[in-house]
Design a protein around this ligand. Structure first.
Ligand SMILES: Nc1nc2c(ncn2[C@@H]2O[C@H](COP(=O)(O)OP(=O)(O)OP(=O)(O)O)[C@@H](O)[C@H]2O)c(=O)[nH]1
Ligand SMILES: [Mg+2]
Length: 311
């Protein structure tokens, strides 16, 4: 792996979350910065700040209640208590176990399927994961199973060329499952250790498109044992909770194992990650914090909580 040192990872996470962090800290203000006394006014300010960060009203109330309980145990409240309690509570809420992730058979590639609605960052994230795997000395292959538009295939091709890895593609309009079949064959014959399948953005209401995902899964599973080993549902943090109902169908039809939350660098409402994990009960695996291939971070609940709360 291209060794990313801890401080630089943390620095990138903080940069990505800067808008949310600044907004949260600015709003909580004295409640968190100076000596904290758990009076109703300070607690209200805290709750408002958390709601403004989009953690959701229920989570906001629960976090405030945890702070109240803990601060009440102290003689004199300290800002440190607030930070510590918030961090611990946020971390705990984000650390959901989620569905099991498959293990590839020895010598077989791990197959990861990217799914989601339009424009969330599926293609970019597939490229980021491929670049990361290649930098770590792995042998990734990309599959352009978004055959909906020629531009979608070209977009992935540009990334594959830039990273210097193989791309399996058909012409626009081709059957995505046929692309996946070929990609499985290519990945096996080349001894690849990772196959990343990009798919077209789709709405859950399009029954045939959801069927298409099922077919992709079936073909992959027939060609490579246990595939897809992971199904990543890519969500856009800027959209937040809007349209989350839409993605529920994906959990059923696509067998989602993890979430990717993109565009965390472009929102002051990064707290939405808490609301989303609470709502879907699926763990976040990666966070996108920009448009270049380096702008993808492994999601770590503790690091995330620290980036949100710590100065
Ligand atoms: N700032 C920022 N932009 C991102 C991030 N991830 C993706 N983008 C941008 O979001 C836009 C859409 O990204 P795509 O990867 O094309 O999204 P997609 O889900 O493949 O889109 P469709 O295939 O059309 O459904 C592009 O302009 C990306 O550069 C991120 O983490 N941060
Ligand atoms: Mg795409």
């Amino acid at each position: 792996m291209a060794e990313v040192s801890k401080p630089s990872l943390m620095a990138r996470l903080k940069r990505g979350l800067l808008m949310t962090h600044t907004e949260l800290i600015a709003r909580v203000g004295d409640a968190i910065k100076v000596r904290f006394s758990p009076d109703p006014k300070a607690l209200d300010a805290l709750e408002e700040a958390l709601i403004a960060a989009d953690v959701g009203p229920v989570t906001a109330a629960e976090l405030v209640s945890a702070v109240r309980t803990e601060a009440g145990r102290r003689d004199a409240g300290e800002s440190d208590v607030v930070r510590r309690v918030l961090k611990a509570e946020i971390e705990r809420r984000l650390a959901v176990p989620g569905p099991p992730i498959g293990t590839p058979a020895p010598g077989h590639p791990r197959v990861i399927l990217m799914v989601g609605v339009n424009g969330t960052g599926k293609t970019t994230t597939a490229a980021k994961l491929a670049a990361r795997a290649a930098a770590a000395g792995g042998k990734p292959v990309l599959a352009a199973a978004d055959t909906f538009r020629a531009a979608a295939i070209e977009q992935l091709e540009v990334w594959a060329d830039r990273i210097g890895i193989p791309l399996v593609k058909h012409r626009a309009g081709a059957d995505p499952a046929a692309v996946v079949f070929d990609a499985c064959v290519v990945a096996k014959s080349r001894g690849a250790d990772l196959l990343l399948i990009d798919t077209a953005g789709r709405l859950h209401t399009k029954h045939n498109l959801m069927e298409e995902l099922s077919k992709i899964r079936r073909i992959a599973g027939r060609e490579i044992e246990g595939a897809p080993h992971e199904v990543l549902l890519v969500l856009d943090a800027v959209t937040g909770m809007n349209g989350l109902a839409q993605v529920r169908e994906f959990l059923k039809a696509a067998g989602v194992t993890g979430l990717v939350l993109t565009k965390m660098d472009g929102t002051a409402k990064g707290g939405v990650i808490l609301a989303i994990v609470r709502e879907l009960g699926i763990p976040v695996r990666y966070v996108g914090v920009g448009e270049t291939v380096e702008d993808l971070l492994d999601f770590d609940p503790a690091a995330f909580a620290a980036a949100l709360i710590d100065d």
